[in-house]
Design a protein around this ligand. Structure first.
Ligand code: BES
Ligand code: MN
Ligand code: ZN
Length: 500
C-alpha cells in the first residue's frame, strides 16, 4: 500500500473509503459538519437513527454516499479525547489501523484518512502514517492461493502542506517499514531463519544502510571463548552467530554510544529439557528480540540521530541432539564467569550473557553509555503482566523510566519488575559461579538478575518481550502473527538520548 498526502478538503476527495475521526464532546471538528452538510444531513441523521455513538473510542459507523460525494463510503471512527485532552498518538495509530482494516475487508482499492482535527501536530501525522502502514502489513506466508490485498493507495487528507508534516509522515513510514521488516523475520519458519540467515540479513544492511557489520561465526566464538553461546548452539546442525552492527553519526557525537542487544534463538525446542508440544509450536518467535534490534538499526540508519548506536544479536538454535549441552554441564562464559546449566531451556540468558559482556566491553572501542536488551526470555512474564505489557527491569532507574515513558508514546507499554536483591543468592551454584535458573518463583526476575551479572556494572535495562512479541489474534494495527514489538521504542529511546 502506497501512502500519499492530498490537499483537498475531505468532502471533495475521490476515494473508495473516506475515514473521519470523531472526537467526543463538543470538539467534533469542522470535517464532520461539512461532510454532513454535503450529504444533506443524512450522515449524522442515520447515525442517530441507528443509535450509534459515533464518538465512542474505537466505534465504526459506515455510510454509503450513493453519489452524493466523490467518496463512495464514509467511515466515522471514534478517537476519544475531550476531558482527557486531544487523542493520544496511540488513538491515532488505532484510528488509522481500523480504517485500513475496514478498507481491506471491504475490498477497497483506494482510501483516505482525514486528519484535519489533529493536523496542527506533526506527531499526529506520524502516528497516522505509522498505524496505516502497520495495519496494511501482510504475512508473506506460503499459501498457494494467497491473494494480495487490493488496497493500493491511502491518502492522508487535511494536513497542512508544510515541510514538518512531510517529515513526520516520512518518520512514520520509516518506523513502520522497520517494524514490518522485523515481523517478516519472526513470521518466517525456523528452517529458513537460522543463525547464519540472520547473519546474512545483517550483512545485507551494510550496503543498504551504510552500517558497519561484523558477523562472528563458530571459529571466532571459539577463539574468543564464548562458551555460553557455543554451549546453547552445540546441539544444532546450525552453527551459532554473534552479530554486531554499528551506526556512527556523520558528526562525532558528544554522547557515548548506546548498545542494543537482542536474543536470537531461531528455534527453542528447550534442548534436552525438552518443551512439551504446545509450548514448542510457538518457538520460532524466540528471535523476536534480535528482529527488533535489526529493525531498529535499519530505522536508526535512516533517521540518523547524532549518537552512535551499536546493535548486537546473539543467535543460536536450541536443539537436543547427541552433542547437545546437558543439565549439569558447566559453561565458561566470555566474561570468565562459569555457569552450571540446570535447565537447557533457560538458554536465552546464556546466549545473552556472552553478548552482554561483548557489548559492555565495546570490543576495542569505548564502552557504551548504556545497554538495553530485548528478549523473549520467560513464559512467566505472561503470568505477571499478560499479553499487552512487556516487563522491564534494570540496574539504572533513570534508564528504565525512560523506556517506560517512551513505550507510552510508541504504543508499546512496559511495566517495571523489581530486581529483588534478596532473590540473588538463589542463583548461586555449588559447582560454578552461577546456575542458570532460580528457585521456581519469580521467573522473569531471576532472568533479569542472571543477565545483570554480565553487564559490567554499566547502566542496563532488560525488556522481557515473551508475551508481547506475537499476536495470537489480530490487534489494532497488528495483523495476527509477529508484532515487531520494540523497534519503535528502541528508536524512540535512542532519539531521546541524542536530544539530551
Ligand atoms: N523462549 C522461552 C520463553 C518463551 C515462552 C518465549 C513462550 C515465547 C513464548 C525461554 O527460553 C524459556 O524457555 N524460558 C523458560 C525459563 C525457565 C526454564 C527458567 C520458561 O519460561 O519456562
Ligand atoms: Mn527456552
Ligand atoms: Zn528461549
Amino acid at each position: 500500500m502506497q501512502l500519499q498526502r492530498e490537499k483537498a478538503a475531505p468532502q471533495s476527495v475521490r476515494t473508495d473509503l473516506l475515514a473521519i475521526p470523531v472526537r467526543s464532546g463538543s470538539a467534533r471538528g469542522p470535517d464532520l459538519a461539512a461532510l454532513d452538510r454535503a450529504v444533506g444531513g443524512r450522515l449524522l441523521d442515520e447515525a442517530r437513527r441507528r443509535r450509534h455513538d459515533i464518538a465512542k473510542q474505537g466505534s465504526v459507523f459506515v455510510y454509503q454516499t450513493h453519489g452524493d460525494l466523490p467518496a463512495e463510503q464514509i467511515a466515522l471512527i471514534g478517537v476519544g479525547g475531550e476531558g482527557k485532552g486531544p487523542p493520544s498518538a496511540e488513538a491515532w495509530r488505532r484510528f488509522a489501523g481500523q480504517a485500513v482494516d475496514l478498507a481491506r475487508r471491504s475490498r477497497c482499492k483506494t482510501m483516505a484518512l482525514s486528519v484535519a482535527q489533529g493536523a496542527t501536530r506533526a506527531s499526529t501525522i506520524e502516528a497516522v502514517a505509522e498505524g496505516a502502514l502497520l495495519a496494511s502489513y501482510q504475512v508473506r506466508g506460503y499459501k498457494t492461493a494467497a491473494k494480495a490485498s487490493e488496497l493500493k493507495t491511502c491518502s492522508i487528507v487535511g494536513a497542512s502542506p508544510s515541510r514538518a508534516m512531510a517529515e513526520a509522515q516520512e518518520r512514520g513510514r520509516v518506523l513502520a517499514e522497520a517494524t514490518c521488516f522485523a515481523r517478516d523475520l519472526i513470521n518466517e519458519p525456523a528452517a529458513v531463519v537460522t543463525p547464519a540467515h540472520l547473519g546474512k540479513v545483517a550483512q545485507s544492511m551494510k550496503k543498504e544502510f551504510g552500517l558497519r557489520v561484523r558477523v562472528l561465526g563458530l571459529q571466532d566464538l571459539k577463539k574468543l571463548g564464548m562458551g555460553a553461546i557455543l554451549g546453547v548452539g552445540q546441539g544444532s546442525i546450525h552453527e551459532p552467530r554473534l552479530i554486531e552492527l554499528v551506526y556512527s553519526p556523520a558528526r562525532r557525537a558528544k554522547l557515548g554510544p548506546v548498545a542494543l542487544v537482542g536474543k536470537g534463538i531461531t528455534f527453542d525446542s528447550g534442548g534436552l529439557s525438552l518443551k512439551p508440544p504446545g509450548n514448542m509450536e510457538i518457538q520460532k518467535r524466540d528471535m523476536a528480540g534480535a528482529a527488533a534490534v535489526l529493525g531498529a538499526m535499519r530505522a536508526i540508519a535512516a533517521l540518523k540521530p547524532p549518537i552512535e548506536v551499536r546493535g548486537y544479536v546473539a543467535s543460536a538454535e536450541n536443539m537436543p541432539d547427541g552433542g547437545a549441552y546437558r543439565p549439569g554441564d558447566v559453561l565458561h562464559t566470555y566474561s570468565g564467569k562459569t555457569v552450571e546449566v540446570l535447565n537447557t531451556d533457560a538458554e536465552g540468558r546464556l546466549v545473552l550473557a556472552d553478548a552482554l559482556t561483548w557489548a559492555a566491553q565495546g570490543a576495542g572501542a569505548a564502552a557504551p553509555q548504556c545497554i538495553v536488551d530485548l528478549a523473549t526470555l520467560t513464559g512467566a512474564v505472561t503470568v505477571a503482566l499478560g499479553r499487552s505489557v512487556a516487563g522491564v527491569m534494570g540496574s539504572d532507574g533513570a534508564l528504565v523510566r525512560q523506556l517506560v515513558d517512551v513505550g507510552r508514546e510508541t504504543g508499546e507499554p512496559m511495566w517495571e519488575l523489581p530486581l529483588v536483591e534478596d532473590y540473588r543468592p538463589a542463583l548461586d551454584s555449588p559447582f560454578a559461579d552461577l546456575k542458570n535458573i532460580g528457585d521456581g518463583t519469580a521467573g522473569s526476575i531471576f532472568g533479569g538478575l542472571f543477565l545483570r551479572e554480565f553487564t559490567g556494572g554499566l547502566p542496563w535495562a532488560h525488556i522481557d518481550i515473551a508475551a508481547v512479541a506475537y499476536a495470537d489474534k489480530a490487534q489494532p494495527y497488528v495483523p495476527r502473527g509477529a508484532v515487531g514489538w520494540g523497534v519503535r521504542s528502541l528508536c524512540g529511546l535512542v532519539e531521546r538520548m541524542a536530544r539530551r
